[in-house]
Design a protein around this ligand. Structure first.
Ligand code: NIG
Ligand code: FE
Length: 407
């Protein structure tokens, strides 16, 4: 009805409401959560209108009793490759028998194997394959999910992946953020390829609004530092945000470049040392750590603890993909970041909410304070720390997106 007041609902029966402050948090501020016992949450339309103790709550026409649950902001997954075809089960077995991830890639397997399978799939097939993966991430607590392209063998393949994300955005509840990923260059004609990406692919993606950011895999087996600079420069010239996969195996300067260029985030960082930590601590760029990769590839984990102690803003993501992180739960990524990256539970919640939002350039979500999107979780138990504690089962009872329970 035009002009109608947005619906107002008061959520009660909240044993504990826990939230970081709005906006990205760095260093020691990542540990500062607000914890309100016996709380209530007022939602107007799709926004938080008020939070506080139940006894102080304003009246509302509708109330909804959450039965003694702990409530936190919905989680945000700032890094996935959720669209792919085929599988990497043979790679997995080969790695278990001693072949490295990089060796598989160098011999034309790995990412290139997934690219060949993905190239053979239509937009509809790609979205049908991705949908249950996104639903698993959402059940685990994700209200907002980033999805990268990067398995196209050519530009048409990349565009099909981004069109699959656009189709998925119409089919699933919650927010999907598409990113154009320049993953691995062709084995021949690299110079021309980089030029074509800058002059044709990036402008088309920007024009058709198929992605909001451009990401590059900056690594010995992927794009060089100077190729990365050219690609990110073209992205910025076309109004797209930039981010980077860097320091996964080797530090070749990607992190320093991303900080210098004002990237939203640098992701991976397993091999980062003091220079990279200093660069991130001195910039507004988020340091996104991906504990699923450390677990699955047996890599040393990114230095989450050292990054926070140095004053950086850390985010956490699943990196859901078939080759390096078959992790279908953002809550498990949060829980693993405590075990593997040395985050405290409070830092991990901040990393998976307001900091993950900032890694996507979003500032209207991640905290349960007035004005933010009413994306929140009701847990099974009364203590929010179950989110960081539980492995192998879900502590998430229900996910609310814009104030509505996800079916
Ligand atoms: O974030 N390292 C590069 N890209 C992905 C892995 C993709 C794959 O192995 O299929 C990552 O780890
Ligand atoms: Fe990735």
């Amino acid at each position: 009805m035009p002009g109608a007041e947005p619906a107002v609902t008061l959520f009660t029966g909240i044993a504990q409401l826990v939230t970081p402050p709005a906006g990205p948090q760095r260093g020691a501020a990542m540990r500062r959560l607000t914890v309100i016992p016996d709380a209530a949450l007022l939602v107007q339309g799709d926004r938080v209108a008020w939070v506080g103790q139940r006894q102080d709550a304003p009246d509302a026409a509708t109330t909804h009793d959450l039965g003694g649950a702990a409530v936190t902001p919905a989680l945000i997954d700032p890094h996935t490759h959720a669209v792919w075809a085929g599988d990497r089960l043979a790679d997995f077995e080969a790695r278990a028998e001693g072949v490295s991830y990089e060796a598989l890639l160098a011999r034309g397997g790995g990412i290139r194997h997934t690219a060949r399978a993905t190239q053979a799939a239509s937009v509809e097939q790609l979205s049908a394959l991705a949908r249950p993966r996104l639903e698993a991430l959402q059940r685990s607590g994700a209200g907002t999910i980033e999805i990268k392209s990067g398995y196209g063998l050519d530009f048409a393949g990349e565009l099909r992946m981004l069109r699959a994300v656009a189709l998925l955005a119409q089919q699933v509840k919650g927010t999907l953020c598409p990113t154009l990923l320049l993953h691995v260059p062709p084995t021949e004609g690299r110079v021309q390829h980089v030029r074509d990406v800058c002059e044709t692919l990036i402008p088309q993606v920007a024009r058709e609004r198929l992605a909001t950011a451009v990401d590059v895999f900056c690594e010995r087996e992927a794009y060089t530092l100077s190729e990365t600079r050219d690609l990110l420069t073209a992205a910025r010239a076309h109004g797209l945000a930039v981010k980077l996969h860097a320091d996964q195996f080797h530090c070749i300067g990607g992190t320093e470049l991303a900080c210098e260029m004002g990237a939203l985030s640098v992701d991976h960082l397993e091999a980062s040392g003091e220079a990279q930590i200093r660069a991130l601590a001195g910039s507004a760029t988020l340091a996104t750590v991906l504990p699923g990769v450390s677990l699955h590839l047996g890599l040393s984990a990114a230095p989450g603890r050292a990054l926070i102690d140095a004053g950086a803003a850390v985010a956490v993501g699943t990196d859901l993909n078939p080759g390096s992180s078959p992790l279908f739960s953002v809550q498990q990524a949060l829980a693993l970041s405590v075990r593997l990256n040395g985050l405290t539970p409070a830092e991990a919640l901040t990393a998976c909410t307001v900091n993950a939002a900032a890694a996507l350039g979003l500032h209207n979500r991640g905290a349960l304070v007035p004005g933010q999107r009413a994306d929140f979780l009701a847990l099974h138990g009364p203590d929010w720390r179950d989110l960081a504690y539980t492995l192998g089962a879900s502590p998430v009872q229900a996910v609310y997106l814009g104030g509505d329970q996800r079916a």
